[in-house]
Design a protein around this ligand. Structure first.
Ligand code: GMT
Length: 382
């Protein structure tokens, strides 16, 4: 098939999932065209069957706000027509789903009929999407997508709870390549981060308020009272400075390492002992899944889709949002002795294996076949 993928090319989980999906489809022999405003961070260079089209918004002085959605729409029309795409798969509702719908209408007027699939990722529904100024557009785009998927059962429920949509939404969970994480741990890195054999806590996010990064620091401070421990913080964003201030105020800067944004955090995460996820809401928790795949257990909030990823008592332990005491207690329990840690490490890998790409990719391919055939059966194929 010839597939167009639209996503945010940045460090967010939706962009990672879209990129990994495109790469996997290309390996299967599909032709994949990425249409984004920047090269997706994990796309790499020169891969077979992968093409990249940049959406460039010109800086016209009349516009206080550049009309990105319209430029994206024009690009989708152009790429779909000239590359003879079979379908578009857009990740994150805003503004990708509405741009895809507009492109579909323009192409239809030119006699070209193309289906589009919208994958809902989380904050497009749970945060941004609930802003009343977006609601009518999101509702419309969801209703008029050829098919819609959500990355967890929780997100599917949230969508029906917050938007007046009636259509089917299929759950296809996020995935990982288990083989990539098998030997990701690096003893040299571990020695550098914890030279005296300390336990290592790790957190990866975009440091937005929804992640409650200060709770991660609170958990670290409480665990630190019970055992030697260091905290690795990967990523950057609005709450980084507040987290730094908290460490300074507590005189713990030497034991908290702010590592910033990383294009390949796998080795650092795999060299740690416990992943801490404190989010207010989390539709899935891809970063936690990646940690589990490399045998790093997770102490997480029970915040939406996390309970579908982190099986409580198997690969980690779930807690109420904001209950940093419970999270610290659970962290200390898992890290307390070698046997318990090993039990959770094994559980983390087993839990993660449920989401191996081999189990998930065929579900996307089946959906692609279905929407393309449906369009042909409707008698509107090109
Ligand atoms: O984690 C973020 O804030 C970024 C956001 C995104 O869209 O890139 O992540 C969402 O999508 C990820 C991939 O499906 C999920 O793993 C994250 O749980 C979800 N984030 C939230 O729901 C807060």
């Amino acid at each position: 098939m010839r597939i167009g993928i639209v996503c945010y090319p940045t460090f967010g989980g939706s962009g990672v999932v879209a990129t990994e999906l495109g790469l996997a489809l290309a390996e299967e022999g599909h032709i994949v065209h990425f249409i984004t405003y920047d090269r997706p961070v994990r796309l790499g260079n020169g891969k077979a069957n992968i093409f990249y089209h940049e959406v460039r918004v010109s800086d016209y002085p009349l516009f206080d706000y550049q009309p990105y959605e319209l430029v994206l729409t024009s690009k989708l029309v152009d790429v779909a027509r000239h590359e003879r795409l079979d379908l578009l798969h857009v990740h994150y509702a805003i503004p990708h789903a509405s741009a895809a719908w507009m492109a579909q209408q323009i192409l239809r007027a030119q006699g070209i009929h193309i289906p589009f699939i919208t994958t809902l990722h989380g904050t497009d529904i749970t945060l941004v999407g609930r802003d009343p100024s977006f609601e009518p557009v999101i509702t419309f785009a969801i209703e008029h997508s050829t098919a819609v998927t959500a990355v967890s059962e929780s997100l599917r429920r949230e969508t029906f709870a917050h938007f007046p949509v009636k259509r089917d939404i299929r759950v296809i969970p996020n995935f990982i390549r288990m083989d990539r994480y098998a030997d990701a741990a690096d003893p040299v890195l571990r020695k550098r981060f914890a030279p005296n054999g300390e336990r290592i806590l790790v957190h990866v996010s975009n440091f937005r308020p929804v992640k409650r990064v200060l709770d991660v620091v609170k958990v670290f401070l409480a665990v630190r009272k019970q055992m030697p421990v260091r905290l690795l913080l990967i990523g950057d964003g609005p709450d980084r400075h507040a987290a730094e201030m908290m460490c300074r105020a507590n005189g713990t800067c030497n034991d908290v390492l702010f590592l910033g944004k990383m294009t390949e955090p796998e080795a650092v995460v795999a060299s740690s002992d416990l992943f801490v996820l404190t989010s207010e809401t989390e539709s899935f928790g891809l970063a936690a899944l990646e940690a589990m795949a490399s045998g790093v257990p997770v102490v997480s909030t029970d915040a939406g889709g996390t309970s579908e990823v982190v099986e409580n008592g198997v690969g980690g332990l779930l807690n109420a949002v904001g209950d940093t005491d419970a999270m610290a207690r659970h962290a200390a329990f898992i890290l307390g002795d070698g046997a318990t840690l090993e039990h959770y490490r094994t559980g983390a890998r087993t839990s993660a294996a449920r989401f191996d790409i081999a189990n998930v990719l065929p579900r996307y391919e089946a959906l692609y076949e279905q929407v393309v055939h449906q369009m042909k059966a409707d008698g509107v194929h090109q």
